[in-house]
Ligand binder design. Sequence first.
Ligand code: HDE
Length: 740
Amino acid sequence: MPDQSTPANEVPIPGVPAPQAPSLTEPTEPHDPLPPKPDQDAPETVSPTGVPSGAPKTSNAQSGRYLTTAQGARLQNTDHSLKAGPRGPVLLQDHHLREKITHFDHERIPERVVHARGAAAHGVFVANGAAEGITRAGFLAKDAQTPVFVRFSTVLGSRGSADTVRDTRGFATKFYTDEGTFDLVGNNIPVFFIQDAIKFPDVIHAGKPHPDREIPQAQSAHDTFWDFVSLHTEAQHHTMWNMSDRGIPRSYRTMEGFGVHTFRVVNAKGETSLVKFHWKPRLGVHSLVWEEAQIINGMDPDYHRRDLADAIEAGAYPEWDLGVQVFPDTEEEMFAGIDLLDPTKIVPEELAPVQIIGTMTLNRNTTNYFAETEQVAFHPGHLVPGIDVTNDPLLQGRLFSYIDTQLTRLGGPNFHQIPINRPHAPVNDMLRDGFHQDAVHSGVAPYQPNSLDGGCPFLAGADMGAFIDVPVPVAESRKVRQNPATFDDHYSQPRQFFRSLTPVEQDHVIQAYTFELGKCYEENIKVRQLQALANIDERLCTEVAAGLGLPAPAPTVQPEDTDPSPALRQVGRTWPVDGRIIGILADDSTDLADLERLRTAVDAANMVPLVIAPKGGMLGGQVPVQRTYLTARSTEFDAVIVAGAGEHGPDALDSLDAKAGNPAGHPAIDPRVAILLTEAYRHSKALAAWGSGTAVLAASGIPEEAPGVLMEDVDSLVPRLTELLAQHRVWERFPVAQSA
Ligand code: HDE
């Protein structure tokens, strides 16, 4: 064996210089693989494997110095197949060639049938103890800390589809608790399309691309989707949320999450309550505007994935409070006239306040997308003592589906042994063998009871932390295929949702329906959906019908009028501005001292300053340029500041002179700067300028006196900007808000 520590023995790589330490300027710069994570090791108590501890791991591919085969044999050459002479045929005996290509051939696994596109992160959940009275779940006891893994996703698109499509978002959390894994597999919308799991294949077939040409990708704006939801009117409530700004979140960090179903919790005394779970983002609930979302899909299809990873890498850890709405566990399972088993209904927060029971912080990015984000397997039936399911027929169907889908997706029944899926609680099961069995089980008696393996495993009583199937009575009835009558009202809650929104949010809903139905070809589908809208709200129906050029039908049912729920609004509150991206337009003539003061002030306000200049490198040899006119687009920024001095376009196109594009007397500006500023203006983002920067805003046609346009000196600018961004957008700039 050659001396492993002597580099002189290494095969030199011709033309490849010695590696240099990378200079990190961007948060997305590639970095060395992280060391293996403690939670990726099988806990000692997992079924014993017989592998001596300290044995070399094969899971960390780049851990050693030399390239080897999968069997550990070192290799001298990985670029040339073994051939009978340089011009001869390739030899079948080349094991390295066959191993390398065969493995590559099988690198892809089936994508998730829904929620295929996702992004994930690790974190920790800390309970505040407020739930101790209603559940015995140990991870909800005061100050208990539990590692978590969260995967966010879109529903309809394929794994490579764009992030900012109009869709529901998945919000699935794995709590690795001491009492077993608890999965809260929720969405960013508190209701679902259907009331019974048996319709799930139907709604998904309708939402996915048309089977003949496989278009459109990751869209609901097509005939089959609207055909389904107009025929199954229980879908109207969820669809209304999709058409609202909730369907296009600004970031995963600014999304609420909901468990959707009602769960049953049980405390140490055996008392039960019904609960609905809510995640509340500390940064507030924010969304994109539709045009912005569409532009991003082309400019940066990884927008949400990048945003999450960048924020965590920068140390701006996203946080959510976990809360519960608590309802008495009565025989009817109703609250304020709302059937708690109907997953198309919410209980307004004004009727049942959300009580905070803990906080989750996401503080670690994944190391390997496939190993973690792709292979993680959630299941609504992964429950812990103290939390149980209800008879919600949608939830009951899900309990079957999630294991079943992993059998194909992850290739067999042992997916719980994949590192990301391993519980942190001791596992002592009697599951044996099967594809991809990783454990070397010892003992001879994987059955219970036995007299050979010392009687082990023993059964735990409820007082020893066993899972509790809450013994709720089952009503005496007949076998039927039908819903309870309390599931029949499909219009009151979408009506309440629409009427709870502010005028600008309502306008976005109207525009979204008009866009989506405008993309349908079949008139009878549009007419049927307009009928559903007429039953929800007359103005909504009239305005959408007008946009489609169709008559507005009269309502056929009169839904119940309920009080609006202000908690459903996104507009009207203020939130922290942490992690907001501020674009600063500058060029060679910018006063660099002013620019540096501004950057420092933005940074001190916990926001991210990005300098945009005509070309890359260092501005004036001092200030790093992070975006150029070529790479920047307004959609990346929450606000744009035009730094004083300079005309932002000494090399502006000749065609864009004062006559062609600029108001009289204003300098010619680079058209990309004009697009950036006018887009940001149209999307109601804060804009600011000082000194000669104000002329650039004017040259782009942006009125100085418009709301949310700051003409300040550099020192007073950031506090004013922070106030504007706390409201997320300059809402009064949207046309509807001005006229309302
Ligand atoms: Fe899912 N769902 N679902 N779903 N779901 C899946 O499981 C299913 C439903 C949700 O990031 C699949 O592992 C049925 C509601 C999320 O890995 C599959 C029904 C809610 C994720 C499946 C529903 C969800 C999934 C596909 C109707 C919100 C992504 C891959 C009864 C409360 C989890 C997989 C991740 C994934 C079935 C309805 C949320 C096929 C049959 C309601 C967040 O098993």
